[in-house]
Design a protein around this ligand. Structure first.
Ligand SMILES: [Ca+2]
Ligand SMILES: [Ca+2]
Ligand SMILES: [Ca+2]
Length: 485
């Protein structure tokens, strides 16, 4: 079965627990549902980098390795407003494996193993591998041990090796061979199964039979006795998935969970939320779709504190409105403890979280990212932290785009925003308003030729204005591919 859902459907469907993310050879990202072997792919328009593998980071970033005809790159992927890439670093070629540890250190495998620290931007050589063992497969951490699927080139054949990787820098051995009985897994990921109350390990095997279509088999891997079991074989649209990543990698407490943005629509994955509102002094700390899972006896308290990034102490504070069901204690303006005054539901906690704000009281705030951490407590147990990242951008100038004019055949539809250029602010509005609210000039809905102004404004930013003149012509316009109107 094949499914091409729209972006919003992707976000709606990917939050069920038994899922792993995959990336295809042609820049696609998707979600595989372990329970029924269904999948959802998110096509990328105009791929410029082909994806070899992906991983999440503890801060909820989605990082990939990919390649063009010229070079290999470490990239960050963004799925809000469609899939787009940001190149972080050029890396050695033949890289096929990527994962991330609890501290946010990336492990990149190819003909050698490298590490990359996203914070310090330090790229390092971890360990030499025998030159005939490239990690064209994937890496996965299980109980703090890094496993990898490698294969060895012989003169006449290849041999698969499932190994653990020695994390001692510059050690001469790469670890131990766990088994040679596994197939070559192009992708490896683990996820937490709430019914079995344990992690499960998944690997993908792509058929190497020449010709199309190529099949991919998802296997469950049992490290304890080095067996594996095929879950299903799929024929997917385009090239089969190569890399895998698990959304549960950095969670430890699955019974008590807080997710500040369940469908990840803010652009941070896992349990986190990011606000990059422009020119604002008051910021939300969650999306509307806050999700809480708590044991039957309920949550005893919630702690929220500004973890890092404060630039002007005393001028950057947490703010809560009073809530009839909670006592809010603030020992300092950067730390808040909420204790229920009566029996409350998870929904009451969610309402309280939605009402919280981070505020800048200085009229000239300083730019930078602030991180605010949330913890829930139940029966003496703390949840994993859910982070709200606030990007303060006081000096942003909005750009509405370049003025231009357009000659259209009568009744021809045109995307007016596209013509303003790639750097134009995307959230502006039109004066006069276009009849269908999607930046499209559509004569059939009543839009008339004339001058349209595009206004870019947000918070106290802007406004900046660009002008588009729409003319209609009955003769085929030049440079429009010919043809009659
Ligand atoms: Ca991976
Ligand atoms: Ca989330
Ligand atoms: Ca959301």
């Amino acid at each position: 079965m094949k499914n091409f859902f729209l972006l919003f459907l992707f976000f709606l469907t990917h939050t069920v627990n038994t899922q792993v993310y995959y990336c295809g050879d042609d820049s696609r990202i998707g979600v595989f549902n372990v329970a029924d072997c269904s999948y959802t792919t998110l096509p990328t328009n105009n791929p410029t980098i082909f994806l070899a593998d992906i991983t999440f980071t503890p801060e909820g970033r989605l990082i990939g390795i990919g390649y063009t005809a010229d070079a290999d790159y470490l990239i960050e992927l963004f799925l809000d407003n469609g899939v787009h890439f940001d190149t972080l670093l050029e890396i050695p070629s033949l890289s096929g494996a990527l994962t991330c540890d609890q501290d946010g250190l990336l492990y990149i495998g190819g003909s050698q193993v490298y590490t990359y620290n996203l914070e310090t931007q330090f790229f390092d050589y971890l360990s030499p591998l025998p030159s005939s063992y490239p990690f064209a497969g994937d890496f996965v951490f299980v109980d703090d041990v890094l496993y990898g699927s490698a294969f060895r080139f012989h003169i006449e054949s290849t041999a698969n090796q499932f190994v653990n990787i020695d994390l001692v820098p510059n050690d001469t051995s790469f670890g131990d061979i766990i088994t040679t009985e596994y197939p070559q897994f192009g992708g490896l990921a683990k996820f937490y199964d709430p019914e079995q109350e344990q992690f499960r390990l998944i690997g993908t095997q792509v058929s190497n039979i020449v010709g199309t279509p190529q099949n991919v088999t998802f296997h469950e891997i049992f490290l304890e006795d080095t067996t594996h079991q095929a879950l299903c074989t799929l024929t997917m649209e385009g090239n089969p998935p190569r890399g895998l990543a698990g959304p549960d990698d950095f969670r430890t407490n699955f019974a008590l969970r807080l997710d500040l943005d369940e469908d990840d629509s803010s652009g941070r994955f896992i349990d986190h939320y990011i606000s990059d509102s422009l020119c604002a002094v008051s910021y939300r700390l969650s999306d509307d779709d806050v999700y809480i899972r708590a044991p039957g006896s309920g949550i005893d308290s919630m702690v929220v504190n500004i973890h890092s990034g404060i630039q002007q102490p005393g001028e950057e504070v947490l703010v809560s409105v009073s809530h009839p069901l909670f006592q809010i204690n603030m020992a300092s303006p950067t730390r808040l403890v909420a204790v229920p005054l009566a029996t409350v539901t998870n929904q009451d906690y969610a309402d309280l979280i939605r009402s919280l704000r981070f505020e800048l009281t200085d009229p000239d705030p300083l730019p930078g990212e602030r991180r605010i951490d949330f913890y829930l407590y139940a029966n003496g147990q703390a949840s994993d932290a859910a982070y709200a990242f606030i990007r303060v951008q006081p000096e942003v100038e909005l750009y509405a785009g370049e003025d231009y004019s357009l000659e259209l055949c009568p009744y021809r539809v045109a995307n007016l925003l596209q013509g303003l250029g790639p750097d134009a602010y995307q959230e502006g509005y039109w004066v006069p308003a276009l009849n269908i609210d999607n930046n499209f000039y559509e004569p059939s809905s009543g839009d008339q030729p004339g001058i349209y102004r595009y206004i870019a404004q947000e918070g106290s930013c802007g406004p900046d204005t660009a002008m588009v003149e729409v003319n209609t012509t009955s003769v085929p316009p030049l440079n429009y591919g010919g043809g009659d109107c």
